[in-house]
Design a protein around this ligand. Structure first.
Ligand code: SF4
Ligand code: SF4
Length: 401
């Protein structure tokens, strides 16, 4: 499969309408970077509520139902839920799990018989020690590996989620190679976000782009394998120079923002900041977006960003009049997100640190970088000044270059 075709397929899948349904608020692992831990209270969602939710998603046009948790395998009526989702009309049912329950062969067979199509397993290393250091549960490694084997034996579509963090970063490429040998061809590499356990364990989890890049590059090299699908999730674009085809489709931002719709609208309406606003913003992939919302509230309008000097100079992109987004009474978050993606979602290369325009420049629009690569940005060397290559201090913004 050509790289172009692969990108087209990935974009199509990214834009497919999916409906996420939370089945439980309980999990049998306690991962160091679990962003959900604070919402877990040991309960499961009532069956009737799940059915209502599934119907709503289907009526809104979703063809894929994604069953998640906590861990959804701990819901006592999981098989009925899968059957019901199929009856409602979903063409594709996907389960997101740590895979431990799949170690029981009868359980996995039951999922197949109920009509489940795809299983995404969260397996953050191929090595027992770091695996259990991350899950914080002894015995979880063997169970999850057995679960993976059973999922493959029962011929589910199988994909693997890996949360990249300080513990598994150095062996990421080996982990991918190990699972590829097992027969897995699809991976989602997730960047941690500062919520739940991940925020409490931030010093063990978060990594700087300067230190991570060499390991990530090695792992991303594998995506050249034409039969392999590697996705990234929330990973800032700066980590992906040289592998721009792996930059997450910007439309995915919409799901993330929609999940925070109430809080964001509340902020605009009554000025109450999101509960998470503060120290953790510098670790969060939504930092630029939230900063823009603050600016919109303060100024009542927001202009499109200017193209970078290195592109304007070559007449590649010339923008005459900036676009403006006005804060109106009937504020529409979806339209604002569209404006943000098109006119404000700009990214820089690591090389930009050595450019004399660094401090006045926002970089280039994300779609331009996805299409043409960071190579189009040509830094103007610093004159009579030393470029700063030092690491940012602890707690400083991780995503900005
Ligand atoms: S950037 Fe926004 S979503 Fe992220 S932690 Fe800050 S306020 Fe919360
Ligand atoms: S190289 Fe980077 S900092 Fe310099 S003008 Fe281009 S985008 Fe801006």
């Amino acid at each position: 499969m050509s790289a172009e075709n692969k990108l087209k397929i990935k974009d199509k899948i990214a834009q497919e309408k999916k409906h996420w349904v939370r089945l439980t608020r309980v999990c049998n692992n306690n991962c160091l970077f679990c962003l959900d831990k604070d919402s877990q209270n040991g309960t499961v969602t009532p069956f009737s509520q799940i059915v209502k939710d599934l119907k709503k998603g289907y009526q809104e046009g979703a063809s894929r139902a994604i069953l998640s948790g906590g861990d959804p395998t701990l819901h006592p009526r999981l098989l009925e839920i899968i059957k019901k989702a199929k009856m409602i009309g979903y063409q594709h049912i996907q389960l997101i799990t740590n895979g431990r329950m799949l170690a029981y062969e009868n359980f996995t067979r039951g999922l197949k018989q109920a009509g489940l199509d795809e299983i995404t397993l969260s397996l953050h290393s191929h090595l027992r020690k770091p695996f259990e250091e991350m899950t914080q549960v002894k015995g979880s490694y063997l169970q999850s590996m057995r679960g993976l084997q059973n999922a493959l034996n029962y011929r589910f579509i199988v994909s693997i989620d890996i949360v990249i963090n300080k513990i598994n970063l150095g062996t990421l490429k080996d982990t991918l190679k190990f699972f590829i040998k097992f027969g897995v061809t699809e991976f989602d590499l997730l960047h941690p976000i500062p919520f739940g356990n991940a925020w409490r364990n931030k010093d063990k989890i978060f990594y700087s782009v300067a230190k991570a890049k060499k390991y990530l590059d090695k792992a991303f090299e594998l995506s050249k394998n034409r039969d392999l699908f590697i996705w990234t999730n929330r990973l800032p674009a700066v980590f992906l120079e040289g592998h721009e085809e792996l930059i997450q489709h910007p439309i995915k931002l919409k799901d993330e923002i929609k999940n925070r719709e109430k809080g964001l609208k509340n902020y605009l309406k009554i000025g109450q900041p999101l509960f998470c606003f503060g120290g953790r913003c510098s670790y969060c992939f939504l930092e630029e977006f939230c900063q823009d919302l603050i600016e919109l509230k303060n100024k009542g309008k927001l202009f499109s960003k200017l193209p970078p000097r290195c592109l304007v100079a070559k007449n590649r992109t010339v923008q005459t009049k900036p676009k403006t987004f006005w804060l109106a009474k009937n504020f529409n978050l979806d339209k604002f997100t569209d404006f943000y993606i098109k006119h404000r979602y700009f990214v820089k290369s690591l090389r930009c640190r050595r450019c004399q325009f660094y401090n006045q420049c926002d970089g280039a629009q994300i779609d331009e970088i996805r299409a043409k690569g960071f190579g189009i940005l040509k830094q103007r060397p610093l004159k009579n000044l030393l470029a700063c290559h030092c690491e940012r201090p602890k707690g400083a913004r991780q995503t900005r270059v």
